[in-house]
Design a protein around this ligand. Structure first.
Ligand code: C2E
Ligand code: CA
Ligand code: CA
Length: 404
């Protein structure tokens, strides 16, 4: 849906746009009648007459080129305007496949139109074709990659291509390792290591996210017996394994039984597993998610609010849901060094978390100076390249020995 559309009222004979005008919006006729005129001066002729419900001006809006025709109101007319930024926003958020197809259709349409008009300078035409084909190629690559990932994702688990990497979580106070976050990786046979940022969102659009989620849960819980000995929590702190769950998983009624069954089979106490979820998940699926979260918290699982500060969760959610930890997003931590407003955001988040009795973890800590400042500000835990990058399970022992 396009939001925030505006209207434009025209008297009879008013010109909406003419050849050479910038093509910065498209129009839908709400009421009245519009004629489209091609050519100039003597050669000008009417090529279309459009009435209520018709759209016009959309091609220039999509390819960003100046208008090649004139649009004029035949009678008093009301138009709905669709601005370039509104359309660009929609296209940016669209799937690469859709974006690529759109571009392809557009360039085909353009060349047919150019031939018909026959009034383009050959030089301009070539320059435009070149620019179009370069950006079309980039989009084509992105679209092909997305299609390959979608096609192969279904077999990736059975083919043993998924792996979990583990990133240490450490206490600012004594520097001890309190746990590990499980981060999924896909070792694609042709494309190499694929980031979860790329394939989790694709999996979320299909039922595959549930299979992936169950696999992560199972693998991480099974690996915990090997990782737990490499934790050095302070007195009274329970070491834990963090697992990321996405919206469809947390909204699914089966998640409670699946997690309960998984820890029981592996003999892992629930407090040694922490679930991480993002703010957007809560806001968009409040009812289903909050019921499941309450049950999981009552069973003893830890619950962390991930990427804090990037979503829209208000204070109400923080109060009402059973979180034990706030993870402040790495964008704020990484901007702290530049002295921007992020420092204040981090400070406010720490104060808020403390007031609610939550532990505070800061992500993306890459340098010792930032770590020192975060510790002074009252953060409890850290995660970041300064301490350790995500690594395969078998690399954890050597990492932990290095720290000891
Ligand atoms: P996240 O949960 O916020 O995970 C932290 C991300 O920050 C990881 O990216 C980690 O590699 C990265 N990171 C950690 N420390 C630093 C640092 O010091 N500097 C920088 N620049 N980055 C750091 P990764 O592994 O690529 O994961 C990306 C996201 O994919 C995760 O963000 C999480 O939202 C999602 N994800 C990963 N594994 C799973 C999974 O098993 N299930 C689901 N549903 N989502 C997952
Ligand atoms: Ca996480
Ligand atoms: Ca995060």
């Amino acid at each position: 849906m396009i939001e925030g559309l505006s209207r434009q009222a025209l008297a009879a004979d008013a010109v909406v746009f003419q050849a050479g005008d910038p093509g910065d919006c498209a129009y839908v006729i709400e009421d009245g009648c519009i004629e489209i005129l091609a050519g100039t001066g003597e050669a000008r002729r009417r090529v279309a007459i459009l009435s209520r419900g018709a759209m016009f001006g959309e091609v220039a809006l999509l390819d960003g080129l100046p208008r090649t025709a004139t649009a004029r109101a035949v009678v008093a007319t009301t138009l709905v305007r669709i601005e370039r930024e509104q359309v660009e926003g929609l296209i940016k958020r669209a799937d690469p496949v859709i974006r690529y197809l759109l571009k392809l259709l557009l360039s085909r349409f353009r060349s047919v139109q150019d031939q018909a008009a026959g009034d383009l300078l050959a030089r301009d035409h070539l320059a435009r074709e070149k620019a179009l084909s370069e950006s079309t190629l980039n989009l084509q690559e992105a679209a092909t990659r997305t299609l390959t990932l979608v096609r192969d994702l279904g077999h990736a688990i059975d083919a043993g291509q998924m792996e979990l990497f583990y990133q240490p979580l450490v206490a600012y106070g004594d520097g001890g390792t309190i746990g590990y976050e499980a981060l999924i990786r896909w070792r694609h046979p042709i494309l190499g290591l694929v980031s979860p940022m790329e394939f989790i969102s694709l999996a979320e659009k299909t039922d595959l996210i549930h299979r992936i989620g169950r696999w992560v849960m199972e693998r991480a819980t099974a690996d915990w017996k090997d990782l737990k000995p490499h934790c050095r929590p302070g007195p009274g702190v329970t070491p834990f394994m963090s697992i990321n769950l996405s919206a469809p998983e947390l909204a699914d009624a089966g998640i409670v039984a699946a997690l309960g069954d998984c820890v029981a089979r592996h003999g892992v106490p629930a407090p040694e597993i922490r679930i991480e979820l993002t703010e957007t998940i809560i806001v968009e699926n409040l009812d289903a998610v909050s019921a499941n979260l309450r049950t999981l918290a009552a069973m003893g699982f830890g619950i962390a609010l991930d990427d804090f500060g990037t979503g829209y969760a208000g204070l109400d959610y923080l109060r009402a849901l059973p979180f034990s930890c706030l993870k402040i997003d790495k964008v704020f931590v990484q901007q702290m060094a530049n002295g921007g407003p992020s420092l204040e955001i981090v400070r406010a988040a720490i104060d808020l978390g403390r007031a609610l009795g939550l532990k505070i973890l800061t992500e993306g800590v890459e340098d010792a100076d930032t770590a020192r400042r975060l510790a002074e500000m009252g953060c409890d835990y850290a995660q970041g390249y300064l301490y350790g990058k995500p690594m395969p399970r078998d690399a954890v022992a050597a990492w932990a020995a290095g720290r000891d």
